[in-house]
Design a protein around this ligand. Structure first.
Ligand SMILES: [Fe+2]
Ligand SMILES: [Fe+2]
Length: 270
């Protein structure tokens, strides 16, 4: 492998700074969302369920940080981004929980207890090991490729929920969340691109097959915490990706990753 521990950070200073600055300007109105009130009868029950489970999931992102830190080792810039990203996902938790409270469908102690019982770290790490296309792959690369898929999946899920919720105020909030998720998706892309500038041709040749392997066996983070399947949230999340949406995800991701197919002809052996 070209990149060996201690995993020096690749240079993404402007990228990191741009994301940091943009992140600090998000949700200036967060405090004003405190006393939302909605008519629950207006909202389809599956959307209420989606809002509750994704609020819990966004709260659970704090758990996901462990796997990111493990895979980014001592690459401090990516660790720094992970912490920043987690804080932004926590903002989504606050927004979604306010909506749930406004719908009189707040999360319960049982929900939080179910989340805490999850064995996310071990399950996620086992999944990443299983789908890794090359045993010597730099885990940062795998985590960033997975991040592109995971975040774009979130974009589509929130966009679909906005379209189906039947309330313009909730729809506007969900679209803002989707916009943040697109930003997260883009960060993973630019970080991957910056990393690849420091990789061998052989390492670059792993990107396309790794994307294909993840897409062919995509497990969202919620699938690694048992409680989400118990409350029917795992299927619900992906059910918002109907045929049309699923095609859109496949098209977007294939278009993005197809530029890495060219490296597949590389004769270099890593
Ligand atoms: Fe989020
Ligand atoms: Fe996100």
């Amino acid at each position: 492998m070209a990149v060996k521990p201690p995993y020096p950070s690749f240079e993404t200073p402007e990228t990191m700074d741009d994301f940091f600055v943009a992140g600090r300007n998000l949700w200036p109105d967060l405090a004003s969302l405190k006393d939302l009130k909605f008519d629950r009868e207006q909202i389809p029950p599956e959307i209420v369920q989606f809002l509750r489970s994704t609020a819990l999931n966004e709260h659970g992102v704090a758990h996901y940080l462990g796997a990111y830190f493990a895979n980014y080792r001592n690459d401090f810039k990516l660790r720094f981004w992970s912490a920043m990203w987690t804080a932004e996902e926590y903002t989504h938790y606050i927004v979604l929980r306010r909506i749930c409270q406004g719908l009189d469908a707040d999360l319960t102690e049982k929900d939080f207890a179910g989340l805490e019982e999850g064995n996310y770290f071990e399950n996620m790490m086992a999944y990443l090991e299983r789908i890794k296309v090359d045993p010597s792959m730099d885990m940062r690369m795998l985590q960033l490729i997975y991040g592109v898929l995971q975040e774009y999946g979130a974009v589509i899920a929130y966009t679909a929920a906005a379209e189906q919720c039947g309330n313009p105020e909730i729809a506007a909030l969900l679209k803002r969340v989707a916009k943040d998720e697109m930003r997260h998706c883009r960060f993973n892309q630019v970080a991957l691109e910056a990393m690849l500038e420091h990789c061998s041709e052989g390492e670059k040749a792993l990107v396309w097959p790794q994307f294909r392997a993840i897409w062919g066996d995509l497990e969202m983070p919620t699938e690694h915490i048992h409680y989400f399947s118990e409350i029917g949230a795992t299927d619900l999340y992906t059910s918002l990706w109907d045929g049309e949406k699923r095609s859109k995800i496949a098209l977007y991701l294939s278009r993005y990753f197809s530029k890495y197919r060219q490296y597949m002809n590389s004769s270099e052996i890593i």
